[in-house]
Design a protein around this ligand. Sequence first.
Ligand SMILES: *Cc1c(COP(=O)(O)O)cnc(C)c1O
Length: 229
Amino acid sequence: MSVKENLIDLLESIDKEIDLAGRKKDEVKLLAVTKTVDINRIKDIKEFGLHEIGENKVQEIEEKYDALKDDFEFHMIGSLQKNKINKLLGKIKLIHSLDSLSLIEALDKRLASNNMELDGLLQVNISKEESKSGFYKDEVEEVLEKMQKYKNLHILGFMTMAPFTEDEAVVRSTFRGLYELKEKMASKKFDNVNLKYLSMGMTHDYKIAIQEGSNILRIGSKIFGERNY
Ligand SMILES: *Cc1c(COP(=O)(O)O)cnc(C)c1O
């Protein structure tokens, strides 16, 4: 199937799921994950009104940036090494993968010295899998409290990845855990924090994510086909 056929299917399926969940269409954003996808195939999604793309490597953003920057805004969704911060600054709209205090500190410092600002999401390891990065749920409040020290990096929500499993209940409880964390933290006041985004749901679990309150779906292979790394 072509990218266009895939997208027609996907957009229809997302709309249907939003309806079933009793939510509003403009509440849920689709972020097309374009890692390993070449520039011409990415451009095919423009006519569907998709103008935000997610990449997980700084180098790939650098390679694609000039060709795509007029039509698309980039999101960083993969783990960021501190020594690559400089190469990323000015190129992205949102970083979904703030997964350590030392990264937050380094990023804010670099932003401040360049007189720039950036929005980001805390990556939360709800399922506590060793293989996943991110803060544990019970660390998040302390991180949000520390955000008052930083002036150039702003926290707009949370991101998580569910375990890769056919067990729907496990996936659902991961997403529900992130939603509940957001509700709880949003009832408190933190400087430099405005919790509005929940980035959760990928090709295999986006329907559950919609049901559980996601408002940014990060979907790659259902649009562009299986990746061959
Ligand atoms: C690759 C990736 C996705 C998209 O995964 P698909 O299963 O292809 O939809 C979403 N989020 C992150 C962080 C990714 O690295």
